[in-house]
Design a protein around this ligand. Structure first.
Ligand code: LLP
Length: 480
């Protein structure tokens, strides 16, 4: 009798364990249903965006991607990139006949992503020699590359000049270095100045670049920017072609743009009237924000275009000519297209919180730790046992929480967790901290997934290290 009850208890325990610890049960059943209705990977990703990651389409998609590519994994949806690009093209294209759009590649520097956006006719905005080489590798011509950086090294200036790239100048000191280098190379540098208009777009402090105390740009105030243009006119290896500002990132309301555009156009009118400078373009930067939360409403590109249109028209009248409007968003094109897929390693309830420990961390996606940024989280294939959870990363630091205090279905080890809107400043800011190789990236188009970057390997962690063993070998060779 005693033996039998022990036996039943073991059977019951194994059964409970089976339900709680094996997501494969839910996954397998869901996949079957989904296969019947033939959903695509894209459908699955969209279900996650619609807060229906429990749906069989989502379960099938993410399970398939995990099986083929492992976790942590960055997934980009090509259709979403296209939709985002079309949204900006349509919003501005109809109101600004003289328009050229650029993609700020720092948001996502992966070749497949850049080339997808190039397919929309976008130029590229770059901030380092490395990004110049990246876009040149894709065949982007120099005249469709804008190089903005507040700290350009001599080799970067030289590269930009040799490739015929537009230099967006951040200080008069830098301009003088450009003049000398251009003279040495017998080139004429095409330049614009990055202006600091002293406008607060009310965004996260670390990415607010238009305020007076920011390190970026030449201040408009006190005639500083005016003097810079006046000085540039005197130089023999410099040709002024434009005027630029970028007031910040993740801007969710048009007011900052309205103020900055007003100041920029008034300044352009001054340049024409007082110095006779006629610009090829005025670049109002990037920074167009996206909703990171389910119920968040932010300005649309259409609303922004409507706000800017009368200011632009008014400015054009005052200038007496129409330059081309340039814009250079990064995040808007790619953030919503990106999904970070990660696997639950364990779940722990402490006296204070429940932590879901996943196999991604701030080495994979730094935004939550660095800016306290909010990213929506979905638990794949689960709907019930909803409770307050923290999604904790695998980096050995207290600050490595990917999402705090979220009301979500409680997952179990082996479950999949998806972090939304991870396409911008996700992989491009990832690191190998804690000796963890970089994640893989895949591009999804309908039901097809293409690996666009292989998962990092342990050899990558050692690739440039010079060990004592190597040194002694070298010394040994030298002494012979
Ligand atoms: N142009 C310039 C000169 C920039 O500095 C930036 C971004 C952009 C364009 C593109 O801004 P977007 O459209 O992507 O907002 N890591 C931060 C964002 C840093 C933005 C740096 N500059 C984040 O994860 O929020």
């Amino acid at each position: 009798m005693v033996k039998r009850s022990v036996f039943y208890r073991i059977v019951l325990f194994s059964f409970i364990l089976g339900i709680c610890c094996s997501p494969s049960i839910a996954v397998a059943q869901a996949s079957k249903t989904s296969d019947d209705v033939k959903t695509t990977l894209h459908d699955g990703l969209m279900k996650a965006r619609q807060n229906e990651a429990f749906d069989p389409a989502a379960v099938t998609a993410f399970t398939r991607l995990q099986k083929e590519y492992g976790t942590p994994l960055y997934i980009y949806d090509r259709e979403i990139i296209d939709e985002q690009a079309n949204a900006i093209k349509e919003a501005f294209g109809s109101l600004f006949p003289k328009l050229h759009l650029f993609y700020a590649v720092k948001a996502n520097t992966s070749l497949a992503v850049i080339s997808q956006l190039r397919g929309h006719g976008l130029g590229t905005e770059v901030i380092s020699g490395g990004e110049i080489i990246t876009v040149r590798k894709l065949g982007v011509p120099g005249n469709d590359i804008m190089f903005t950086s507040s700290s350009k090294s001599p080799w970067e200036i030289e590269l930009a000049l040799k490739e015929g790239i537009l230099l967006n100048v951040d200080s008069v000191d830098e301009l003088n270095h450009i003049e000398v280098m251009a003279g040495r190379l017998h080139k004429i540098a095409r330049i614009s100045f990055r202006i600091n208009p002293g406008v607060d777009p009310h965004t996260i402090h670390q990415i607010n670049t238009g305020i007076t105390e920011s390190k970026f740009g030449i201040h408009l105030a006190d005639g500083i920017a005016f003097s810079a243009y006046k000085w540039a006119l005197k130089l023999s290896h410099v040709k002024i072609v434009g005027l630029h500002c970028h007031i910040g990132s993740q801007i969710t309301e048009p007011e900052g743009y309205r103020l900055a555009a007003g100041k920029m156009l008034a300044f352009a009118a001054d340049l024409k009237e007082k110095l006779g400078i006629q610009l090829e373009f005025i670049d109002l930067g990037g920074g167009i924000g996206i909703p990171y939360q389910d119920d968040q409403t932010v300005m649309t590109p259409g609303e922004l275009a409507q706000v800017l249109r009368p200011i632009w028209q008014d400015g054009v009248k005052r200038m007496g000519y129409e330059p081309t409007l340039w814009l250079e968003p990064g995040r808007f094109f790619v953030a919503p297209a990106g999904f970070l897929l990660t696997r639950v390693n364990s779940v722990k309830t402490t006296p204070v919180k429940t932590f879901v420990n996943v196999d991604a961390g701030f080495n994979t996606l730094i935004r939550p730790a660095m800016y306290q940024a909010y990213h929506r989280v979905r638990i794949v294939g689960r709907k019930d046992r909803v409770m307050k959870l923290d999604i904790a990363g695998d980096v050995c630091e207290t600050g490595d929480i990917l999402a705090a205090d979220r009301i979500l279905p409680r997952p179990v080890a082996g479950d999949l967790v998806v972090i939304l809107d991870a396409g911008a400043y996700g992989f491009s800011m990832a690191s190998e901290y804690n000796a963890r190789p970089l994640p893989a990236e895949v591009m999804v188009s309908r039901n097809q997934a293409t690996l666009i970057r292989k998962r990092g390997q342990m050899e990558d962690i050692f690739r440039n290290q010079v060990t004592e063993i190597d040194k002694s070998r070298r010394d040994h060779i030298r002494s012979h």
